[in-house]
Design a protein around this ligand. Structure first.
Ligand code: FES
Length: 134
């Protein structure tokens, strides 16, 4: 019964995703894909003083990847970059309320992988400049 509720919420987020679409003038954006199925996701972030102020995602994916992206972007908004970097698969399982199983791990973590990539790149955005000066 509880599983049905979580599944229904996932479907609801898939059919009516929150934070879907391109964010104008993001501070950082990153595109990732799931090489197994070819699904694509781009995450856009606006960051102020180390806090994720606005976040959105775009792309095509299955119900789990889109539903999770919708829930994750709601959850991550207002969090610090350090908090985002500490998020892992357990964060996703707690958020969606179900264990998607080994076959769907990449679907459930595509948004998190992309969001964490944004946080990492933003925090290390000076690396290229520093390297060029060497
Ligand atoms: Fe492609 Fe889930 S089947 S991300």
């Amino acid at each position: 019964m509880a599983l049905d509720i979580y599944a229904e919420e996932m479907i609801s987020h898939y059919e009516h995703p929150h934070n879907k679409g391109k964010l104008e003038k993001p501070d950082i954006m990153l595109h990732e894909n799931n090489p197994v199925c070819g699904d694509e996701m781009t995450v856009y972030c606006r960051i102020e003083n180390g806090i994720l102020k606005e976040v959105s995602f775009d792309g095509e994916g299955c119900a789990i990847s889109v539903g999770t992206a919708s829930m994750l972007t709601d959850f991550a908004k207002g969090k610090s970059l350090e908090e985002i970097e500490r998020m892992d698969f357990n964060t996703i399982k707690e958020l969606i309320g179900i264990d998607p199983g080994p076959a769907r791990v990449k679907c459930a973590t595509l948004a998190l992988k992309t969001l964490k990539g944004c946080a990492f790149l933003y925090q290390h955005k000076d690396i290229d400049i520093a390297t060029k000066e060497l």
